[in-house]
Ligand binder design. Structure first.
Ligand code: ATP
Length: 252
């Protein structure tokens, strides 16, 4: 991997996508300790806390037979395994790739597929709360950090290296072994399977039990009416039952 450190940037994702216009970004990891306006899935904002948190974007050549959905699952598994091995903690994956520690979100990942002159790439944006002691009010109920959970400070640079290595290794595994063995590992860490949840799809909401992830990375929901429906990660957001007090299903 080729690491590129930026003293400051609006968004490591935006920087890497611009770089892709003129360069081959496969194997490039752009990071900063000063991300000013990071973004996550669906363009939602991502809060970075200087050198207490990781903001890194990784470019990977899109394998010709890998679709969009599996890559976001692959990235989620790779980062979850990295964090859990590094800090010796049990982490869970909220589909598709939020990494959770005891119900709090410790990491968010965005996965974009871009077309550049040199070909198609995935740009993975990874934000990890490492030594954050607190969060802005609007995130206080949802976010957590390794420091908050363990009471100790961690080497942010070391964890960054472990995460980037893990993503690259998991990507190589995808290219050599295919998606099935990765999905099997993913299922073991996924906190939603067998549980009640709500899928938000535009202004429609579907309540039901997440019964499986299919072999393209989509989630299969058994709705309250008994019918099943399949959702792709690019189109929807998932809320666990305990976050869904205010949601009433609008479709079946
Ligand atoms: P979700 O389903 O949790 O709304 P998402 O998976 O669709 O999020 P992400 O890109 O993972 O999208 O995260 C963006 C969301 O995460 C924001 O809408 C915000 O609520 C929350 N968030 C932003 N910064 C942080 C952070 N540092 N730690 C935890 N959560 C954050």
């Amino acid at each position: 991997m080729n690491f590129m450190h930026l003293p400051e940037t609006a968004s490591t994702n935006t920087y890497l996508k611009e770089l892709a216009v003129t360069s081959d970004i496969h194997g490039t990891a752009v990071y900063t300790w000063n991300q000013l306006s990071g973004y996550g899935r669906h363009g939602r904002y991502w809060f970075s806390d200087g050198a207490n948190s990781i903001a890194v974007s990784i470019g990977l050549k899109a394998p010709s037979d890998a679709e969009f959905a599996p890559m976001s699952i692959v990235a989620g598994l790779a980062v979850a395994q990295a964090i859990s091995g590094f800090a010796n903690l049990d982490v869970g994956l909220k589909w598709p790739n939020d990494i959770m520690l005891d119900g709090g979100k410790v990491c968010g990942i965005s996965c974009e597929r871009i077309s550049a002159e040199a070909g198609a790439y995935f740009v993975l944006g990874i934000g990890v709360n490492v030594n954050n002691a607190q969060f802005p009010n609007e995130l206080a109920a949802v976010a957590t950090s390794l420091f908050i959970k363990t009471g100790r400070k961690w080497s942010v640079q070391l964890l960054l290296n472990v995460i980037v290595d893990s993503v690259y290794a998991c990507y190589n595994r995808l290219c050599t072994e295919g998606f099935a063995p990765i999905l099997a590992d993913y299922r073991r860490l996924c906190i939603n399977l067998g549980r009640d949840c709500v899928i938000l799809c535009g202004d429609r909401k579907f309540r039901g039990i997440a019964i499986d992830i299919d072999d393209t990375g989509c989630i299969i929901l058994q709705k309250e009416c008994g019918a099943t429906e399949i959702f792709a990660s690019g189109e929807v957001s998932l809320r666990c039952a305990d976050e869904t007090g205010g949601y009433n299903a609008t479709g079946c």
